[in-house]
Structures are given as structure tokens and as C-alpha cells.
Design a protein around this ligand. Structure first.
Ligand code: ZN
Length: 323
């Protein structure tokens, strides 16, 4: 629901540090996985192509699709399918690479997906990648904008791992269908457990991910209201599966208390009262609205507090945000 822009979130310098460290960890760990008997400290340079080809040769059906794999992957990953490039694929490239969908409908078997998963060793890297991601401060779930996903870290507890983590990293393109995107940095969306593990799971999404530069679901999709209920504006745009997957209608119906609360405040503090108050020195109408109603929120701040998107939209539809 809310755009997740890692580069903007970290700033250019920290973003570079983050992705450099992330890439290095993946390549070093992969080296140890592929060459367990060689000395440590080296990085795996690439050559995923030969591994995939080898796998393809053992699966007659895979040969058909390998040409498609090559056609999509080569311009992005280079002729040898560089792991280094795959890890760092941009959000736009992730979207392109997601077209290499592997489903049993296309004639592939689950065991094939499992074998491809062995080429892209996610299980050996899971903890590492998740730990690195959890150094990023995230506040509210990017899918539902309802639940806090802040980290709590207890470094003082001896004898334990010393941490408790409260957000999950969702593979936007699920690794069960896209094993090649299992540790691509821009395929991860920090989310709450409910959205990730209960609602989305490994569902295939047709819409672009919240990390994509063109993602504007929050602009196209609006909440409004009836007498008592929160409504979702009619919508037929390019995000059909967000509403359905994250059960937005049913879930946000449960927040109609927010609507009732805003209505109560509108009665208690009408516009005429706001106008009078704003006549005092150093009191400004936008601040009155911000303090009382919390409905004037810029979209870049939506990921800072739960229900921000709902409050902003209701503020618009109730006329609170009008000057
Ligand atoms: Zn959520």
C-alpha cells in the first residue's frame, strides 16, 4: 500500500554502504557454499549460467524455457548470469526478472523448483540477509499500513541471541515460484507477520512491488466514508491484487472507530472555532488540524505511523483538510 524506497530511506551514502555489505556477504557465503573445501575469504564471482544449464540438461522440459530465461536474464545479468548483479538488481530489473516465473502449469515439477532453489542458496543465507535488513529502521508495515514493525533489540540478555525482531521480510516475488529472486535485495519488503505469513504467503502478485519507482497505489487508491462505515473508493487500476490479497475492505472496516472519532472532533472543534483560534499570535490553522485531527499527512510520511493513509483520506473526504 505504501511505497518502500530503500535508497531514499537510507540516504545515498548509507544506501551504498548497505548494498555493498549486502552484496559482499552474499558472494562470500555463496563461495563457501559452492567451494566448501577451498580457503575462506574469497568471493563467488558468478557463473550461475553453467549451474542452471547443468540443471537444464537434466530436465528435458527445462530446455524449452531456458531460451526464455536467457532472453530475459542476459541483458540484466550478463552472459554468465552474474550472481553479483542478480543480488543488486534494481527494482525495475527485479520486475523484468520476475517474468521468469516457474510454475507447475508450465510443465515444471516441484522437484525442479527445489533443485533451482539449490542453485540459489537461499536457506544458507536467510539469517545473514535478514539480520542485515533489520539494521534498517522500519516503523509500519508497507502492505497494510496498520501494524508497527519496529525492531526491539535486547543486547543485554546473555546466553540468548540477544535480539527480538518484529518485522518480517516478505519476498514480494515468492521464492517458491521465483527461486532466482530469493536473495535479490530489491525483492524484499518489510512487513508485518499478518500480511506476510497469513495473507500473502507465496501468492503470486501481478502488480508491481512497493519498491518499484512507478508504484503509486497510495495515490490511486482512496478511503472514503458513508454514515458509519469506512469505504474503499471504486478502483480498476493496475493494482487489483493488493486489495484482495491484503483484505483491505474487511480489515479497514474494523477501523470505523477512527471515523467516529474524527466526526466527534469535528463537532467539538468546528471550523468556526478553528478560525477564531487562529487569530491568536503564533497559532496556525494547519497546526491546529495536525494536532487535533492528525489528518494532514504527506504521503512520504505514511510509513511513520499506523493508519496514516486512512487518516489522510478521511481528512480529505470529510473536508477536515480543506483550508
Ligand atoms: Zn501488514
Amino acid at each position: 500500500m505504501i511505497r518502500f524506497d530503500l535508497r531514499q530511506k537510507l540516504g545515498p551514502v548509507q544506501y551504498k554502504h548497505f548494498y555493498t555489505a549486502y552484496q559482499k556477504e552474499v558472494l562470500e557465503k555463496s563461495y563457501l557454499f559452492y567451494y566448501p573445501n577451498k580457503k575462506t575469504g574469497a568471493s563467488f564471482k558468478g557463473d550461475l549460467k553453467s549451474r542452471i544449464e547443468k540443471l537444464g540438461n537434466s530436465h528435458t522440459r527445462f530446455k524449452i524455457d531456458f531460451s526464455k530465461f536467457k532472453a530475459i536474464a542476459t541483458p540484466i545479468l550478463g552472459g554468465q548470469f552474474s550472481l553479483a548483479r542478480l543480488v543488486m538488481a534494481s527494482p525495475e530489473e527485479v520486475y523484468q526478472l520476475s517474468k521468469l516465473k516457474i510454475t507447475s502449469n508450465e510443465g515444471f515439477h516441484d522437484d525442479f523448483i527445489a533443485q533451482l532453489g539449490k542453485v540459489f542458496q537461499y536457506s544458507s543465507l536467510t539469517d545473514l540477509l535478514q539480520q542485515r535488513f533489520r539494521t534498517i529502521k522500519c516503523e509500519v508495515c508497507y502492505y497494510c499500513n496498520r501494524n508497527f514493525i519496529t525492531n526491539f533489540i535486547d543486547l543485554h540478555k546473555k546466553g540468548s541471541k540477544g535480539k527480538r525482531v518484529s518485522f518480517q521480510l516478505d519476498h514480494f516475488y515468492p521464492k517458491s515460484r521465483h527461486p532466482h529472486l530469493a536473495f535479490t535485495m530489491n525483492n524484499f519488503i518489510p512487513s508485518c507477520a499478518y500480511c506476510n505469513a497469513t495473507l500473502k504467503r507465496d501468492r503470486e502478485m501481478t502488480s508491481i512491488p512497493p519498491s518499484h519507482p512507478d508504484f503509486d497505489f497510495h495515490e490511486q487508491f482512496k478511503f472514503s466514508h458513508s454514515d458509519e462505515d469506512i469505504l474503499l473508493s471504486p478502483y480498476s487500476g493496475p493494482y487489483p491484487d493488493y486489495r484482495r490479497t491484503f483484505q483491505l475492505k474487511a480489515i479497514y472496516k474494523e477501523h470505523k472507530g477512527v471515523l467516529a472519532d474524527l466526526r466527534r472532533k469535528m463537532q467539538a472543534y468546528p471550523k468556526s472555532w478553528q478560525t477564531e483560534l487562529a487569530k491568536y499570535p503564533r497559532i496556525y490553522k494547519p497546526e491546529i488540524i495536525a494536532d487535533l485531527f492528525r489528518t494532514q499527512i504527506h504521503e512520504e510520511e505514511f510509513d511513520k505511523a499506523p493508519l496514516s493513509k486512512l487518516l489522510k483520506d478521511l481528512g480529505d473526504s470529510l473536508g477536515i483538510n480543506d483550508d
